[in-house]
Design a protein around this ligand. Structure first.
Ligand SMILES: *[C@@H]1O[C@H](CO)[C@@H](O)[C@H](O)[C@H]1NC(C)=O
Ligand SMILES: *[C@@H]1O[C@H](CO)[C@@H](O)[C@H](O)[C@H]1NC(C)=O
Ligand SMILES: *[C@@H]1O[C@H](CO)[C@@H](O)[C@H](O)[C@H]1NC(C)=O
Ligand SMILES: *[C@@H]1O[C@H](CO)[C@@H](O)[C@H](O)[C@H]1NC(C)=O
Ligand SMILES: *[C@@H]1O[C@H](CO)[C@@H](O)[C@H](O)[C@H]1NC(C)=O
Ligand SMILES: *[C@@H]1O[C@H](CO)[C@@H](O)[C@H](O)[C@H]1NC(C)=O
Length: 621
């Protein structure tokens, strides 16, 4: 029995020991809480407080504290499920859930503290645990402002590049700087980052970070931005600003001076630009000069825009050719640079046409025209007629068998094929001088008595001739195709039929005239058949002879018959006979002699034509 007790007691003891060992933790009042609770400023923080009372016992009270400078300040006292006592600072912001979790509403950054949950459970004693409340505020996107004044590569101090502002964040964020995406680290004498910190009344931070950095020419294209870094739930987050450029000032290193358009193509009369460019920022001040042959400088800056570096030369001439200089002055460091350019103005001058022979030309002559001109470039020659049509290439033109009709103005066109648009022309008059030549005349003209007719006469000559009619009428004179022509409107009368009309054309070198013969229509009909004409002539001759014989017989008888034929009387009869014989011959050869007369008319011989017409009229009667 005693052994059994001992065994039982041992077992009990073992069991107890085992229970103690196994349930050492659970036998104690335990409070468990999250180590950290994060909540955004303005939100509600919920801090859980879970506890275990051994033996399913219940708790008596819960106390909440916060820790301030190592002191505990009681927040509230809870009995049952009620808050029976409350810290005045937190009044109205606290509530307790079914699970005894404490909620704090309208959290501010001042609530960033450690909260303690203390549970009292009578005989089980008191247990507690704590939670760190972290309040955060995500920073707003940072605002970046570039240095608006621009920065110089030659700045003695490290120049300010930009400033970045990150407002209202908590906890304190970091601001980093980046150039073309790469982070900039502070570096002595090169990169400096200054940050100033402001704590707002809300407890949130505003950070202003300023970047100072040296710049080079290459930085004219650099893009800068800042980044705000902050922690949230154990992780790092970043908000980037927009990218900014700074105006980088650097002195010019190179100057370029160009002729626009390209120098080889400039010709007299062109507008030319000399464009000077420097690679500095800001652009330097430009000055322009022309270097004369004696090495003196002619200041042309008044013709130029000193800001844009463009020199405008209007209507350039041969004398505009020469060496031009652009000089730049950097107002930052007062350094000067210069560049020269040669301007070549192409030209054609002294276009001259020589005529061989140079003496005044007459009909039938030949002439050789030679053209020459001066130019720094190769030239082509062309000949054009008055209407602008090309008649020949080359610098010589040979013209033969000249006539009044071929008189014309020719022009020598000189072209520089290498310079588009460069050409010159010279006109020369190839005028054939001479006395007038009548080229058309309305003769013979068949008319009727009292009819109104047009007499026409057309001639050519140089110098320009004048034209006169020897009869009265209405003259209409006109020029056409180098010819002078005249229409004379007259009424046919007896005198006109008898004498015909004379057209006289003259200039300083002489005169030509031609006769217009007027024939009545009947004569024309008679003339149409040569046989009938012959018959008529024979009949007329016979009649005349008969009349003559009869006349002489009557005369004889009248003078009392006895007296033999007187010498004078015979002569009187034979004379007209001979004359009439002559007329017949002339009439027969009329056409030929008329033609001859016309040809001779050119020589101004008037008489034969006039005689003939007179005889025609006799004949008609
Ligand atoms: C507090 O609670 C945590 C989480 O439940 C737990 O790990 C820790 O041991 C507790 N601390 C104390 C002192 O009870
Ligand atoms: C800010 O910079 C400090 C020092 O470099 C670093 O310890 C901290 O983690 C940074 N904070 C963030 C939010 O990156
Ligand atoms: C010039 O005129 C004459 C006479 O009319 C002629 O024989 C000759 O062929 C002409 N010459 C030319 C080159 O036309
Ligand atoms: C040639 O040109 C001049 C001036 O234009 C003109 O007066 C002259 O009549 C012309 N000569 C001929 C032959 O056409
Ligand atoms: C032409 O008319 C003028 C006056 O009208 C006169 O003097 C002259 O004699 C006339 N000539 C002829 C040929 O009829
Ligand atoms: C001149 O007379 C001719 C012939 O009669 C005629 O063809 C021409 O039209 C006339 N010219 C003028 C300008 O009257």
């Amino acid at each position: 029995m005693a052994g059994g007790r001992r065994a039982a007691g041992l077992a009990l003891g073992w069991g107890c020991c085992c229970l103690l060992l196994c349930c050492a933790a659970a036998s104690k009042l335990e409070v468990s809480m999250p180590a950290v609770v994060e909540v955004e400023s303005g939100g509600t923080a919920r801090i859980e407080c879970n506890f275990y009372v051994p033996g399913n016992g219940s708790y008596a009270y819960i106390n909440w504290f916060y820790i301030e400078r190592n002191n505990r300040v009681r927040l509230c006292h809870i009995m049952g499920s009620e808050i029976v006592e409350e810290n005045m600072d937190y009044k109205g912001r606290l509530s307790v859930g079914e699970d005894k979790a404490l909620s704090i509403s309208r959290v501010t950054v001042q609530d960033t503290r450690t909260f303690v949950c203390q549970v009292g459970a009578g005989s089980h004693g008191v247990g507690e645990n704590q939670t760190e409340l972290r309040v955060y505020k995500v920073p707003e996107a940072p605002e970046i402002t570039a240095n608006s004044g621009g920065v110089s590569v030659q700045s003695i101090e490290i120049p300010q590049i930009a400033q970045c502002v990150s407002r209202n964040s908590f906890p304190l964020p970091n601001i980093t700087w980046h150039k073309d995406g790469e982070q900039l680290q502070p570096k002595e004498k090169k990169v400096k980052i200054l940050a100033t910190l402001t704590r707002e009344s809300s407890g949130l931070y505003t950070v202003v970070s300023t970047l100072f950095a040296r710049v080079t020419r290459a930085d004219r294209n650099s893009l800068y931005h800042c980044t705000v870094l902050y922690w949230l739930r154990g992780q790092s987050h970043a908000v980037e600003s927009r990218q900014v450029k700074v105006n980088v000032f650097y002195p010019a290193q190179h100057v370029k001076l160009q002729v626009m358009p390209s120098s080889a193509l400039v010709k007299e009369g062109d507008d030319v630009k000399l464009v000077c460019e420097a690679d500095g920022n800001p652009a330097p001040v430009f000055s322009f000069y022309k270097i004369e042959l004696d090495d003196s400088w002619q200041d042309l800056s008044s013709l130029a825009d000193s800001n844009s570096g463009v020199l405008n030369l209007h209507n350039v001439t041969k004398s505009s050719s020469g060496l031009y200089r652009c000089q730049t002055l950097d107002l930052d460091d007062m350094k000067q640079l210069e560049k020269d350019v040669e301007l070549v103005v192409n030209y054609i001058e002294g276009v001259n046409v020589k005529m061989e022979p140079s003496s005044p030309l007459q009909e039938g002559d030949s002439v050789r025209l030679s053209c020459d001109a001066h130019s720094p470039v190769a030239l082509d020659y062309q000949w054009r007629d008055e209407k602008g049509r090309k008649v020949a290439d080359g610098n010589q033109l040979f013209l033969s068998n000249l006539t009044f009709e071929t008189s014309s103005n020719f022009s020598c066109k000189v072209i520089a094929p290498s310079v588009p648009g460069l050409e010159q022309s010279k006109q020369v008059a190839v005028a054939v001088h001479g006395k007038p030549r009548i080229v058309a005349i309305s003769s013979p003209l068949y008319v009727r008595q009292d009819e109104v007719v047009n007499l026409t006469c057309k001639a050519i000559a140089f110098p320009r001739p004048s034209l006169r009619w020897n009869v009265n009428g209405t003259a209409h004179e006109y020029f056409e195709n180098q010819h002078i022509a005249s229409n004379l409107t007259v009424r046919v009368n007896h005198d006109l039929l008898q004498a015909g009309a004379m057209c006289r054309v003259f200039n300083a070198l002489g005169a030509s005239e031609k006769h217009i013969q007027l024939l009545v229509e009947s004569v024309r009909k008679a003339e149409k058949t040569p046989e009938s004409k012959g018959v008529i002539i024979v009949a007329i001759i016979v009649c005349i002879l008969v009349v003559a014989v009869l006349g002489s017989v009557i005369y004889f008888l009248h003078k009392k018959g006895k007296i033999p034929c007187g010498r004078a009387g015979k002569q009187d009869i034979t004379k007209p006979e001979a004359r009439k014989d002559k007329i017949v011959v002339e009439v027969k050869s009329d056409k030929l002699s008329e033609e001859a007369g016309l040809l001779q008319g050119a020589n101004g011989e008037k008489r034969p034509a006039a005689d003939q017409s007179e005889k025609y009229i006799d004949l008609r009667n």
